[in-house]
Structures are given as structure tokens and as C-alpha cells.
Design a protein around this ligand. Structure first.
Ligand SMILES: [Zn+2]
Length: 407
């Protein structure tokens, strides 16, 4: 019961449990399923749902299909409920989205940037501020994923772009954003909604211009002592002696990702440029793809030897690399495995979340802070009688990278 002793504390505890369950299942379970899952009495569940609906945290809809008899209700996000603003800042562009309880994503803005801290974060900060102003109290927080190690809650290094200790919250002009590494966020999303769900020890690798990797234990990416743990890409796992912009020699990430694909075919690379050309190489050059996949496989073998994960998941370009060259990857991985690992090597698979992982992980970090008794108290306190902007439910739909449904 986590120390909940009074009836008020118990109620607050159960409100959080119910909202958490709705969020984690993607708002896909009926009220009676949730009642059973959470071992609540039916009357208790009714009272909780009624209270959460009144607070504009939940909204019930009839299930699309139900057996004859009483209609079944599915609790989901309230149309005026809390939103996590989530941002994925890549080396060449950023994407800003509003995420509802349950994980539904509405993309608000996608823009390219010039690779400088000011060029990337200045316009992004303005865009976030404009949406915060518009959405008012509905914004539960802002989570920002970046393609580099993050220290002290917001100091970011992106070696390829020459970023050194860039103060992201200051440049965004935001008070308390949650700033994190894109690989760690992608791994968190994979553990919550992807193929690392229920896995005790997993390895997640995120491939963009280069590669990041992190161990996920009991659903939590291991952040290290200062939060910069998602850096398996900067280990010398492939025997290369090429200097890496991070300052080390022979980093694995030099051989996997868009930069490595471009280098393989003799094109200019680095600085977060060349995404389209790299995608063309990925789609057309079997040799470059096989070399990338082989380097990926060699590194995976080393990490499997070290960590004994049950599963290895790949996101970003990793999904396509695996689809296009799984054989080359496994050919390079297997000889690198210790004999004791070869009988039952961990499964390796592409993420079903694809490129969405970093954004979804940023969202999860916001809802993790919100879905607490204190977070819900703050929601009630800040809750005005009329919202500043109350879009109709039909405006809130699933979207893709290109989807621009205003929330
Ligand atoms: Zn490096």
C-alpha cells in the first residue's frame, strides 16, 4: 500500500493506480478489465472513475464491440485532460508533439535546424512557449530528447555537432523541462510499450547518424552515476582505430548509422547533414548496408557477452538495417558470442515503435512525474473552471510524422 494509511491517502493512491493502468495499456482496456487487474471493488472503481472524470483526467467511451448486455465503458484521456509536450531533437531537425494519457501522439510541429545550439533550440523554445500559452493548464510538462549525453538535468554534448556543455533549458527558455538522451528515452518507451515489455534485462540500441545503446533492467534504462549511461556507441567494439568526435578512439558508433553509410560510399558525412543521401544508401547499397549490419552484429555480441540480456531491440535506422541485412548481422554476431551464449542467444528484433521511441520516452518521463498523488494535487489546484483552449475530441487523432492534426 506504499504507506497509504488514511482513507484519503488510499483514495489518492488508487486514483494514481487507475490512471497509470489506463496510461500503460494505451487506454485500450475496459473499466471492468481494469477493475479486475487492479483488484478493486466494482463500487470503488465507479467512484474513482466518476471523480477522475469530474477532474477532467479521464473520459469514458463505450467499447467499440461488446457482448450483448450492458455496454462496456473504456476509460481514456479526457478531451481537456493533461498533455505531455514531447520533443525529439535530432542532429538535423526537431519534432514537437502533444501526448495524451494513454500515449496517443499528435505532432504539432516538425522543423529542420542548422545544427547550432541557438539555431536548433531558439525556434524550438519559441514553438513550445506558444503551445504552452495556447494549451494553458493542460500542459503537464515538457520532455526533450537529444542525440547526446545529458548531464546535470540539462547540459548536453553532441560531439558530431560540436556541442559542448550546452545548457538546453536556458536556450529553450523553459523552467523545468525534463531533458534526456534519445537512446535512453527510446529504451524507456521500448520497455513500456514495445518489445522490452516484461523483460528483466534487455539491451536497446538506437541508430540515427550514429549509434547509442543502453542496458534496460526491470524496465529502467541504466543512466549511470551522472545520467550519461546510454553510451555503448562509444566503446571500441569493432577493432577500428578511427578517432571519434567524442574524443575516444575506435568507437563502435563510427561504424554504424547514417554517417557510416555515407562514409562507406565516399559521400560527405558528419555535422548532422546528409539524412536523405544516407536513406538512399540504406535503400540501395547492399554492400554499405551489410558492412553496417556486420559492425552492429559484432558490437551486439560483445555486449551480450558482458550483460546476458534476454532481448536486444533496435530503433531508428536499426529497424531497417535489421530488415535488410539480418543475415549479415547474425553472421557477424555469432562468432563473437562466448560458447556458453551460443545455444540460446537473445532474440534480436526491430522496434515496433520505429522512430517514435525517443518522443514516447520523453512523454513517459513527463507522465511519470505527473501520475503521482502530488502531480494530481497540482492538477486540481491549477485547474480553472474554463480551459483556455478546449479542442473537441474529434480533433485529437492518431498521427504520423507528417500528421499535423492540431490539438
Ligand atoms: Zn566516441
Amino acid at each position: 500500500m506504499n504507506g497509504a494509511t488514511t482513507s484519503g491517502e488510499l483514495r489518492a493512491h488508487n486514483r494514481v493506480r487507475l490512471l497509470r493502468a489506463v496510461h500503460d495499456c494505451g487506454a485500450a482496456r475496459t473499466r471492468s478489465q481494469l477493475t479486475r487487474d487492479l483488484r478493486l471493488a466494482r463500487g470503488t472503481a465507479s467512484v474513482l472513475v466518476a471523480g477522475l472524470s469530474e477532474d477532467e483526467l479521464l473520459h469514458e467511451e463505450p467499447a467499440p464491440e461488446h457482448a450483448r448486455g450492458r455496454p462496456t465503458q473504456v476509460p481514456g484521456p479526457h478531451p481537456r485532460g493533461p498533455l505531455a509536450l514531447a520533443v525529439d531533437v535530432r542532429e538535423d531537425a526537431w519534432e514537437l508533439a502533444a501526448c495524451e494519457l494513454g500515449g496517443r501522439v499528435t505532432v504539432l510541429d516538425v522543423r529542420p535546424h542548422d545544427g547550432t545550439p541557438q539555431g536548433a533550440l531558439g525556434p524550438l523554445g519559441e514553438a513550445v512557449a506558444a503551445h504552452e500559452q495556447r494549451l494553458g493548464h493542460r500542459v503537464a510538462g515538457v520532455g526533450v530528447a537529444l542525440a547526446g549525453p545529458v548531464r546535470h538535468g540539462g547540459l548536453v554534448d553532441i560531439p558530431h555537432l560540436g556541442w559542448r556543455s550546452v545548457n538546453v533549458p536556458a536556450l529553450l527558455g523553459l523552467d523545468m523541462p525534463i531533458v534526456g538522451n534519445d537512446t535512453a528515452f527510446a529504451a524507456l518507451a521500448e520497455a513500456r510499450r514495445g518489445r522490452l515489455q516484461g523483460i528483466q534485462v534487455g539491451l536497446h540500441l538506437h541508430v540515427d547518424f550514429d549509434l547509442g545503446g543502453v542496458l534496460v533492467v526491470d524496465g529502467r534504462p541504466l543512466g549511470g552515476a551522472s545520467g550519461t549511461g546510454a553510451e555503448f556507441g562509444h566503446m571500441p567494439l569493432t577493432g577500428s582505430d578511427r578517432p571519434c568526435p567524442c574524443g575516444a578512439i575506435g568507437c563502435w558508433s563510427m561504424d554504424v548509422g547514417a554517417n557510416a553509410l555515407l562514409r562507406h560510399v565516399g559521400l560527405a558525412h558528419g555535422g548532422g547533414r546528409g539524412r536523405e543521401q544516407a536513406e538512399h544508401v540504406l535503400a540501395t547499397s547492399e554492400e554499405a548496408v551489410a558492412a553496417n549490419a556486420a559492425a552492429l552484429g559484432r558490437g551486439i555480441a560483445a555486449l551480450v557477452n558482458a550483460h546476458d540480456p534476454e532481448a536486444v531491440t533496435l530503433s531508428g535506422h536499426g529497424v531497417e538495417l535489421y530488415e535488410r541485412a539480418a543475415a549479415a548481422l547474425h553472421r557477424a554476431c555469432e562468432p563473437g558470442l562466448m560458447a556458453i551464449r551460443r545455444d540460446q542467444p537473445p532474440r534480436i528484433e526491430g522496434s515496433a515503435l520505429g522512430w517514435r521511441g525517443a518522443l514516447l520516452g520523453a512523454m513517459e518521463s513527463i507522465f511519470d512525474a505527473f501520475l503521482t498523488p502530488e502531480g494530481l494535487d497540482r492538477w486540481r489546484e491549477s485547474h480553472p473552471d474554463q480551459g483556455r483552449d478546449t479542442p473537441e475530441r474529434q480533433n485529437v487523432t492518431h498521427s504520423t510524422l507528417k500528421g499535423q492534426n492540431p490539438i
